[in-house]
Ligand binder design. Structure first.
Ligand code: GLY
Length: 344
């Protein structure tokens, strides 16, 4: 079981009531909102007013948006900001934004004074269904993405699906790759909701979080079953890295899932119909289904995957509709499967 458990609230219009909900859960009335420049301009003031109306003293900081900010320098600025404003252990960091803000502000909350209260207010679909829940926090270092971080469960996750209205289609679609991942690993009926994803956002988020909470409750530290959430990620991370991050995470994961689905069908782990259903759902979202890079180029990068074990890789195989299985796979087999999955 996770060491700390999170209260998760999903409700349209929740942003304006965020202060009241936070006041019920948090032990003090001091907090720092950490955001990026784009999200802060859209929602920073509204969140601050809601908190102030509920009796909070609020300080607010925004850094430049984008993955390039998820580094040691920004992290240092954030923890110095918390210290300058004399936040104590009883006070809270409120991460308002997408995956980058959640990861970085979450890591600051995990480490400042050895841990303060943390509230996640995700504003991207990807952050709503994945990164705001489960307690993974991190920053990037020169050696790679997310290599410095902590498992640190938020006390509270506040999800207002109305905030997704301002999300550009391209970024919304990126999040849909993670949504389809939940369909593939656990509940194929999610694909029905995906046909009208913006309208069904509440239901999609609710179901994906149910699945994620259940998995994280069994394996917070990512040593066993949690790795199922990595379906499509081993090959996807390789695509992302070889593109020098020009291909976004969601698009890369979409490609990774298609590679894996094709390879699993070819090896008889699942039927061809099962693989085709997933690939069609990915295509229907306007996400890519094929790697622009040759398997040889992807293979080297794949070897640095965090899920690598001494004599192989833990691959998440597709075994049926809404069913996957983690299997320790020798490197040579993972390479063959990559080649098979890249062949259309
Ligand atoms: N994003 C995968 C996980 O939280 O484990």
């Amino acid at each position: 079981m996770a060491e700390r458990s999170s209260t998760i609230c999903i409700e349209r219009g929740l942003l304006s009531r965020a202060g009241l909900v936070a006041a019920e859960k948090l032990p003090s009335r001091n907090c720092a909102i950490i955001s990026d420049d784009i999200v802060d301009a859209l929602y920073g003031e509204k969140l601050e007013s809601s908190l102030k109306n509920a009796g909070f003293s609020v300080v607010r900081m925004a850094f430049a948006h984008g993955e390039s900010s998820k580094n040691i320098e920004t992290y240092a600025r954030v923890i110095n900001f918390l210290a300058e404003n004399r936040l104590t252990r009883k006070d809270a960091v409120i991460a308002l934004g997408g995956g980058v803000v959640g990861d970085l502000a979450g890591f600051a909350a995990a480490t400042y004074l050895r841990g303060v209260n943390l509230v996640q207010v995700p504003t991207s679909l990807l952050a709503c269904v994945d990164s705001s829940v489960g307690g993974k926090t991190a920053i990037d270092i020169t050696a790679g993405k997310n290599l410095c971080g902590a498992f640190y469960q938020p006390d509270l996750v506040l999800i207002d699906p109305d905030m997704l209205a301002t999300l550009p289609d391209d970024i919304f679609t990126d999040g849909m790759a993670e949504v389809i991942k939940y369909a593939a690993i656990s509940d194929i009926s999610i694909l029905d909701l995906c046909r009208n994803a913006r309208e069904n956002a509440d239901g999609i988020i609710r179901r994906c979080i149910e699945i994620k909470k259940d998995v994280v409750a069994q394996d917070e530290r990512d040593t066993s079953i949690r790795q199922i959430l990595n379906f499509g990620h081993t090959y996807g991370h390789a695509v992302e890295a070889v593109s020098d991050f020009a291909i976004t995470h969601g698009k890369a994961v979409a490609i990774g899932m298609c590679i894996m689905a094709r390879a699993c069908a070819k090896r008889g782990f699942c039927s061809a119909e099962c693989a085709d259903e997933l690939i069609s759902a990915i295509e229907a979202q306007g996400l890519p289904t094929a790697s622009p890079f040759a398997p040889e180029a992807l293979f080297e990068t794949m070897l640095s995957d965090k899920k690598r074990v001494p004599d192989g890789l833990n691959l998440v195989l597709m075994t049926g509709r809404g069913a996957c299985e983690i299997r320790k796979t020798p490197i040579a087999t993972a390479k063959e499967m990559l080649e098979e999955g890249c062949r259309l």
